[in-house]
Design a protein around this ligand. Structure first.
Ligand SMILES: [Zn+2]
Length: 84
């Protein structure tokens, strides 16, 4: 089966996000929607999905769109990783 998924890679470390990402927004499988926040499971970088199916490093403004619950999820992930 041919996948039409674009290459979803971490812009920070190059990890394949289809395997490693922790999706924090919208919770669905498949393509991220523009504005979705994901965290690279390899390096922990916070990424924001772009309209062209790529990712860029998330900004504080991007983070404001995620819900408090998701922010809590993120915080707990970061704590588990020993980064907070
Ligand atoms: Zn990464």
């Amino acid at each position: 089966m041919t996948s039409e998924l674009p290459d979803l890679v971490c812009v920070v470390c190059g990890e394949d996000l289809q395997r490693e990402a922790v999706n924090l927004e919208k919770g669905g499988k498949g393509l991220p929607l523009p504005g979705d926040i994901a965290m690279c499971g390899a390096c922990g970088a916070l990424l924001c999905a772009t309209p062209d199916m790529g990712f860029r490093v998330a900004t504080p403004e991007d983070m404001e769109v995620i819900s408090p619950k998701q922010r809590g999820t993120l915080a707990s992930i970061l704590r588990r990783r020993g980064k907070a």
